[in-house]
Design a protein around this ligand. Sequence first.
Ligand SMILES: [Zn+2]
Ligand SMILES: [Zn+2]
Length: 437
Amino acid sequence: MSVKIPKMMKELDLNSLKKYLNNTRRHLHSMPETAWLEYKTIDFIYNEIKDLGYEILTGDKILDMSYAMGLPNKETNDLAYKEALLECSSESLKLFKDNRTALVAKMNLYKEKTVAIRFDIDALPIKESDDSSHFPFKKGFSSKTKGIMHSCGHDFHTAIGLALSKLISENKDKLHYNVILIFQPAEEGVRGAKAIVESGILDNVDILLAHHQWSVMPKGKIVCSQNGTLSTHKYDIEIFGKSAHAGICPEKGRNAILSASRTICALYDLQKQSSPSIKLNVGTIIGGQGRNIISDYTKFEMEVRAKDKNIEKEFANNVIEIINKTVKSYDCELKISIKGEAIGAVGNESIARTIYNLSQEISFFNNIQLSDEENRGSEDFTSMMNRVQERGGKACFIGIGAGIKGKELKHHSPNFDIDEESLLPSLLLFYKFLKSI
Ligand SMILES: [Zn+2]
Ligand SMILES: [Zn+2]
């Protein structure tokens, strides 16, 4: 399926805006890519935006890759890049080589102040439902990529970002801030934002916004400032022991599985003694070569989360200490890799108030809430918010209800879906905001 792009995107041509949004969203939905491998997606974004009068920034100008977390291995990356080359021009694709799958579009209007908006672009390793009741399947735009799915709605976010880029470009005379649009890779697993933050691209931003469309929030509802995101650290723990014959000389080995088991129990004990708001999970564990061999290697993947960033940080430090101590007591070696990191953030109230007032002008929003503290997991946009707010700017994370009536289509599940009717009002909200400041 190809996206038909209307030539002119006039401000009030709501029908062509809607058509563009729907088509773009469906196109993106059909070609999902996971974190740091969003080559076709970012190439598509680039081609949509490159002739609109923006300064386009890519690569190390907008990503400090030493802060990129949870990168895929070389083999997976090479394969994804090779596949993208079959569909994209090698000329444009090389701008995003080596996992630099971010793009920043800057519209310099020679104003004193700058507003930035973030759109996340990645999908998840989930096999999309082929049930006849699943809307993308029924309409023929479900994932063409085996085992990968836009199961969080980032296809919606990206489509809105692209439509907004066109609206801005055609209505520059109505704006009073320079505008920066950020297309961010690897939001899932909270892995991408920090690399963008550390590039310094946000350091002179006065106002920063992002949004999420939610299937679990009724259509028509908007929360102008969502403040309930959790601080989190994600770790891969690798334990290296020494193998030995389990019957003849087990004492000559150093048991990585035993060391991991004791460590995991100690971690859950630590959680029990800590603040009840702390969440800890060891989600995977692998290791060992055979029943009669003392295992020389075990790996487990874990995360910690908490609402309060100080409590979470302190707990994460204790976690690392316990892992070090326990693993060493079994004489094993240890490698700890940080695979994701996000801190909580609280949105600016005056920005939330502006969004509150503007959303009243859009009839779609019939349930408008200034802010909430509801826990919706973690979101790495908070790293961006914190950077901007630390430097005197204002930031806000908006939640938009897009649930399909009568259905419970959860994020990160194979039958996830949200209502396309939420696309246009979300776009109009951002555009109205840009005009209002
Ligand atoms: Zn998600
Ligand atoms: Zn998401």
